[in-house]
Design a protein around this ligand. Structure first.
Ligand code: PMP
Length: 369
């Protein structure tokens, strides 16, 4: 297939150099996302002449790279984000890691970076997490974030596929997303000027170059008093994503049916693993219609005015689900009644995924390290 590797590194070749200078663990209650890193990291080098080198675990340290490396000039970079959770039984589980591997390989192919065997990376990551297992917070609201990263390090300014690449994985403990412990709905700015991704573009790949340019519009939305951007696409203002989350709407649709809708994977949307999981759960429950189809802002506005929208939420690894409370669109403020009746569906999705992640429910989506 498109993403089957010509060659791969092997977990069996893993070299481990343990840190002799273990760091102090941060207070789990005051963790800021992405600021604290564990004692070790995984690095795997590749070159077109030698292929994949042996994977290495070593003490967390700075990288030393040639200044002409393609990552610095042409953003030849991709990443993944997944989490390890300390379950109520003490075991540490990762949620659907093979789904992240699939997305990582798809993105690597698009970035002309070399492919590898998913199972080998998953085992290397499991080894890394086990080595830093004391960094997985003993809490059912916290977790250890896993950040696989893959960069082109060809030391040449030519815009060409890299003959050298580096895959590395770093880990950081993260605290609760909802600081107050309860679901707090977010306010959205429906941006009609800035576009995150477009048809024929790369919005469906987890390339770092999709994210840097979102910071400026995000700051502008914050200045207008909104917490996150609702990314729209095209003249008709199709809904695509919320911040770095996929979108879900539970509503009574045009035909009077109760429907859970998420915009389709048409190339402008990142195929989220949480999104996929919620769609699968919704189908399994069979209590409402589940659809992947487009919806425009004018259609949503009409449904909101007619009180036909029950819930709207974002879905992603960071929060699982995040209820939407309001949308500012073309100067008009729309209230979204997601939490009016307690946010029944988003709360149920939240509970179900947390039960799986923290091992209160045995499930095929859990991978025990
Ligand atoms: N959309 C975007 C743009 C994202 O960056 C993410 C986070 N990876 C998601 C959606 C949610 O994806 P996932 O459920 O895999 O975390």
């Amino acid at each position: 297939s498109f993403t089957s590797p010509a060659s791969t590194f092997k977990y069996a070749d893993l070299q481990v150099q343990k840190s002799t200078n273990l760091k102090e663990k941060p207070d789990p209650d005051t963790l800021i996302f992405g600021k604290n890193f564990t004692d070790h990291m995984l690095t795997i080098e590749w070159s077109s002449t030698e292929g994949w080198h042996a994977p290495k675990i070593s003490p967390f340290a700075n990288l030393s790279l040639h200044p002409a490396s393609s990552v610095f000039h042409y953003a030849v970079e991709l990443y993944e984000g997944l989490k390890a959770y300390r379950g109520v039984d003490g075991s540490v589980r990762v949620f659907r890691p093979y789904e992240n591997m699939k997305r990582m390989l798809n993105t690597a192919a698009r970035a002309t970076l070399p492919l590898f065997d998913s199972a080998e990376l998953v085992q290397c990551i499991a080894h890394l997490v086990n080595l830093d297992i004391d960094w997985v917070p003993p809490s059912t609201t916290s977790s250890l974030y896993i950040r696989p990263t893959f960069i082109g390090i060809e030391p040449s300014l030519g815009i060409n596929n890299s003959n050298k690449a580096l895959l590395f994985v770093i880990l950081c403990p993260v605290g609760p997303y909802f600081k107050t412990g309860t679901f707090s709905p977010v306010s959205l700015y429906a941006d009609t000027a800035n576009v995150r991704a477009w048809k024929g573009g790369v919005g469906n790949f987890k390339l770092g170059s999709n994210y840097g340019p979102t910071i400026h519009p995000q700051k502008a939305a914050e200045k207008m008093g909104c917490q996150q951007i609702l990314w729209l696409y095209g003249e008709d203002h199709y809904l695509t994503e919320v911040g770095t989350m996929n979108i879900f709407i539970l509503w009574e649709n045009e035909n009077g049916e109760k429907e859970l809708l998420s915009p389709p994977l048409d190339g402008t949307i990142l195929p989220g693993i949480t999104r996929k999981s919620l769609l699968e759960l919704g189908e399994e429950w069979g209590e409402f219609k589940v659809s992947e189809r487009p919806i425009t802002m004018p259609q949503l506005a009409t449904a909101l005015r007619q009180n036909k929208v029950h819930e709207m939420f974002g879905a992603g690894t960071a929060c699982v689900v995040c209820p939407v409370g309001s949308i500012l669109y073309q100067g008009e403020q729309f209230e979204v009644p997601t939490m009016k009746d307690g946010g029944k569906l988003c709360s149920r999705f939240y509970q179900t995924l947390m039960d799986i992640q923290y091992g209160r429910m045995e499930h095929r989506w859990s991978y025990t390290v």
